[in-house]
Design a protein around this ligand. Structure first.
Ligand SMILES: [Zn+2]
Length: 438
């Protein structure tokens, strides 16, 4: 990627690919005024478009958004008049410490042969890529055996050591004995696990306390496994935690003002998670109408992660698990029913489950193919995602007072959502990380 400045007067701040790190003091001067001239600006709240807009940025925040204004004299002007501007995108389901795991062997290799230090170094490339794709905020939903490396990565980004998005992190996640890889090794051989293994309500509470004490923002749990399609078409599973264990996890997290994300792909996992009052259902390939109704009533978010299902299906089917192919159609049907039921949907991709070389914005066209309007899909990755993360006062729209997190693209994403895979300008907190070609 190259940095070619579009600006009249501008400090171009470091290249991501070159790995040049910006000197925080030099480039985060409080009060420095920049003006971004947007040809069009999408407002995710109602999907409307404003034309010829000036976005005034002061320091790391947006000061004002005006139509057909004149930039204050002396201000740096960033000319994006041939671009459409949007708020920085938000991916609410990532794994920066994972580099693809189509098969069990891919996964085991990373946990058995790569040190946490090495995985953390590779993860600095993942977060740089996320930013480069236009994702200025992510919720990273567990490290897959890399301990609390996500907490450190977040700290390094916040301290200006490596470039990356704003992060909410889940650290180790949890599952019960015998449910999460690594699995299938001889009982005499101690192997690492991709989660903290937890059994019983008391241990579950203790694990929540421990993870929060070491820096977890979110608690992530796995509520089901071993999927199969019943003759009546229902995607069934083996539930992992008991309802008492789930309630203990949710209660303990909520007592400490933290939220819970539940990996729940099928009948029992979803139902138990909804009953226990988790804050988001991850994947949700199959959800009953009754559970969708409860989700809408309780305000539980649905993070559908459509693309990753297709990505892993062929490989997993070839390895003998045909169910992954069958799940694709079931997922589409669930997504359409969730939309109709008025469930809040937040954009999430599970990137890391697929290669970080693939732009996670590949998810958008799937959401539109499955029934969303482009405006709804954009809202899911901006305002809705910000609300799920409790960050709606800081990110999710281009508005006075919020962080200057802004991306731009040529073309009209409301007419062709796939252009979001070609973001060519990225600003986070008033700093430019990617600059559009002239
Ligand atoms: Zn995931």
């Amino acid at each position: 990627m190259r940095i070619a400045s579009v600006v009249a007067v501008l400090v171009v701040l470091g290249s991501l690919a070159g790995g040049q790190n910006k000197d925080k003091e030099q480039n985060q001067t409080p009060g420095r005024v920049q003006v971004i001239r947007c040809g069009a600006l999408i407002q995710p709240a109602d999907g409307t478009v404003r034309r010829n807009v000036l976005v005034m940025v002061e320091g790391e925040r947006i000061r004002d958004v005006v139509e057909r204004g004149t930039p204050p004299s002396g201000a740096a002007v960033i000319d994006l008049s041939d671009h459409t501007c949007l708020p920085g995108l938000i991916d609410t389901h990532t794994h920066v410490l994972l580099q693809g795991d189509i098969t069990a062997a891919d996964y085991d290799e990373q946990l058995l042969k790569q040190s946490v230090a090495y995985r953390a170094i590779v993860a600095t490339r993942s977060v740089r890529r996320a930013l480069d794709y236009g994702f200025t905020t992510i919720r990273d939903l567990e490290t897959e055996g890399a301990g609390y490396a996500d907490v450190d990565l977040k700290k390094a980004i916040n301290n200006g050591i490596v470039p990356g998005p704003r992060m909410k992190v889940a650290s180790r996640a949890m599952d019960v004995t015998g449910a999460y890889p690594l699995l299938g090794y001889a009982p005499e051989v101690p192997v690492p696990h991709g989660v903290q293994v937890v059994d019983g309500p008391d241990n579950a509470r203790k694990a929540v306390r421990e993870q929060i004490s070491f820096g977890a923002d979110w608690i992530k749990l796995y509520s089901d496994r071993s999927y199969f399609v019943r003759p009546d078409g229902v995607l069934d599973d083996i539930p992992t935690f008991t309802i008492d264990e789930l309630r203990a996890i949710v209660d303990e997290a909520h007592r400490q003002h933290h939220k819970v994300a539940s990996h729940a792909m099928a009948l029992n996992g979803v139902h138990n998670s909804v009953e226990a009052g988790v804050d988001s259902i991850e994947h949700g390939n199959y959800i009953t109408d009754a559970d969708l109704k409860s989700m809408a009533e309780k305000g539980i978010y649905y993070v559908p992660t459509i693309y990753v299902g297709e990505y892993v299906a062929q490989g997993r089917a070839a390895a003998g698990a045909k169910v992954w192919l069958e799940m694709i159609k079931i997922h589409e049907d669930t997504f359409r029913r969730a939309l109709k039921a008025g469930v809040k949907i937040a954009f999430g991709t599970d990137v890391g489950g697929f290669d970080w070389g693939i732009d996670p914005a590949v998810e958008f066209p799937y959401m539109v193919k499955y029934g969303m309007t482009p405006a709804q899909a954009i809202r899911s990755a901006t305002l809705n995602a910000a609300e799920l993360l409790g960050m709606q006062n800081d990110v999710g729209s281009i508005a006075p007072g919020k962080y200057a997190d802004l991306v731009a693209v040529k073309g009209d994403p409301l007419a062709d959502i796939s252009v979001l895979q070609k973001i060519d300008f990225v600003m986070k907190g008033g700093e430019i990380y990617k600059s559009a070609p002239r």
